[in-house]
Design a protein around this ligand. Structure first.
Ligand code: NAD
Length: 503
């Protein structure tokens, strides 16, 4: 078993006084403007050391009920619905600034909670979070309906017809652990921009940054009850989904949980957005800029140790460059510095939990048993944390589990294709449809292939980074509805038609 090079000590004394104080006090939930405790607790495990470093509340159904009640009052009779759009914009803008002012604290908490390397929590997660809130802050004053000419065959009659857009109401938002801060604002910011109130439940595996965000929400003056955060696992999530006072559920997480939630939402006629799992393909054409593609393909799968919904986990390479690609990718994977999340030298941090580490390692073992070649050697790493070595699994067939099942780890399967049609067929041969990457220097190949991939997103010559104005979401088992962009604002609005007889 290989051991990772110790590229920096993992010592919680490296944390700022503010972050250490957060860990000492433990996570409190935000309900109706108050930070409240709960008798039942869950541990916070640091993935870099495997040790418990703090605790969070395990919300009871009564806590969830109190949070939903507060959000309902804030929506119906409270200030939010009647806050003028320009004022909502100011508050969201202030929140974006406050996120930037507290960037160090948020990044530290994300790193110790998720195992996310500091370079990523600082430069992508926290910076991206502020960017999303700022983008959404521009929307409240732009929301509006349209007028239409109405002709009704009643002699002498005249009508005026128009539509208005109204907030959906009280939102129940449930998110996973991989990038908690950013995924929290993908829900919270458009919901608030649209005039909704919200109860947010982050994952029991990582939620410290979201609780810190909740404090910023209160500090910038967003009224009590507009944003509520409850913590806990599946039972808290179920209480939220089935609560009669929730008008819409917006969920990001696994396909299995999403399907369970869809059943409850259907029985209760709730609106629903589902952002689910993926098994996204990458297509490498022989004409691509090879140096850039090798690095980009690596970034698309290894970012956050592969714990990214849009991770490009299946690579198909044009046959004449297949051997060379496997060799270069294996070298690249081995060169990536693994280490504890708090070290500035770490490129690849640990996975979030022992459970996730076990799942990922057993997926690689199964791939070898089914005949694939592990080009990077053993993925196991001797370390106190939940590390898995970035791994290239070559010679795969689409029938293998490593190609079919979402692993959510730093594991890339590689196979060859002979022509464009075969490449597209292999890419689309999946139950998922979240994202795809195309690597080519031929513009017409890029356009032709992008149109034929069945996914919510296609990135060309880049890893599929999120951008606030571009919607994110999937097809097929990857879900429906969209986060980000104008589409996410629309998803928190209802359209009302108004018809007036004027003569
Ligand atoms: P998960 O489905 O286990 O949990 C997600 C959230 O749902 C957590 O907050 C969890 O507490 C809650 N939950 C669990 N059971 C529930 C239930 N019965 N009712 C209500 N809530 C419940 O997923 P995870 O392991 O936390 O996250 C990994 C998954 O998330 C992967 O499949 C990944 O692809 C997906 N993901 C998707 C996107 C996207 O945008 N499509 C983004 C990030 C992650």
């Amino acid at each position: 078993m290989a051991s990772y090079t110790a590229i920096g000590p993992h010592d919680l004394n490296q944390l700022s006084a503010a972050a250490r104080s957060e860990l000492e006090h433990g996570g409190r939930m935000l309900i109706d403007g108050e930070f409240v405790d709960a008798p039942s607790k869950l541990p916070v495990i640091d993935p870099s050391s495997g040790k418990a470093i703090s605790e969070i509340c395990d919300a009871s159904p009564a806590d969830v009920d109190a949070a939903v009640g507060a959000a309902r009052r804030a929506f119906e009779s409270g200030p939010w619905r009647n806050t003028p759009p320009a004022e909502r914009e100011k508050l969201l803008w202030r929140l974006a600034e406050s996120i930037e002012e507290h960037a160090d604290l948020l990044s530290e908490l994300e790193s110790v909670d998720v195992g996310m390397p500091r370079w990523m929590s600082r430069n992508l997660d926290v910076a991206g979070t502020a960017g999303v809130v700022r983008y959404m802050a521009g929307w409240p004053t732009k929301i509006g309906g349209r007028t239409t000419d109405v002709t009704v065959p009643i002699p002498g009659s005249e009508f005026v017809g128009f539509t208005t857009k109204e907030p959906v109401g009280v939102i129940g938002a449930i998110i996973p652990w991989n990038v908690p801060l950013m995924l929290a604002v993908w829900k919270l910011a458009p919901a608030l921009a649209a005039g909704c109130t919200i109860v947010l439940k982050p994952s029991e595996d990582a939620c410290l940054s979201v609780l810190a965000l909740a404090r910023l929400v209160m500090q910038v003056g967003i009224p009590p009850g507009v944003v509520n955060v409850v913590t806990g696992g599946a039972s808290a999530g179920e209480a939220l989904v089935s609560h009669p006072d929730i008008d819409k559920i917006t969920f990001t997480g696994s396909t299995a949980t999403g399907r369970r939630i869809a059943e409850v939402a259907a029985r209760k006629s709730k609106k629903l957005t589902l952002e689910l799992g993926g098994k996204s393909p990458q297509l490498l054409f022989a004409d691509a800029d090879f140096e850039a593609a090798i690095k980009g393909i690596g970034d698309a799968i290894f970012l956050n140790s592969g714990q990214v919904c849009v991770a490009g986990s299946r690579l198909y390479v044009e046959r004449r460059r297949y051997e060379e690609t496997v060799e270069r990718l294996a070298q690249h994977a081995k060169s990536l510095a693994m280490g504890p999340a708090l070290s500035d030298a770490t490129v690849i941090g640990p996975l979030v939990s022992r459970r996730q580490q076990d799942r990922v390692l057993s997926a690689v073992k199964k791939a070898a048993e089914q005949g694939a070649v592990i080009a990077t050697g053993s993925p196991e790493v001797e370390s106190p944390g939940f590390h898995v070595r970035p791994t290239i699994v070559a010679g795969t067939r689409n029938s293998m589990d490593v190609v079919r099942e979402e692993i959510f780890g730093p594991i890339l399967s590689v196979a060859a294709f002979d022509d464009v049609d075969e490449a597209i067929a292999l890419a689309n041969d999946t139950e998922y449809g979240l994202s795809a990457c195309i690597w080519t220097s031929n513009l017409s190949t890029a356009h032709r292939v992008a149109r034929r991939i069945r996914s919510g997103k296609v990135a060309v010559n880049t890893e599929p980074l999120p951008y606030p104005a571009l919607p994110e979401g999937g097809r097929k088992a990857s879900g429906y509805g969209r986060d980000l962009g104008q589409e996410s604002i629309e998803s928190f609005l209802e359209v009302k038609s108004i018809l007036i007889r004027t003569a």
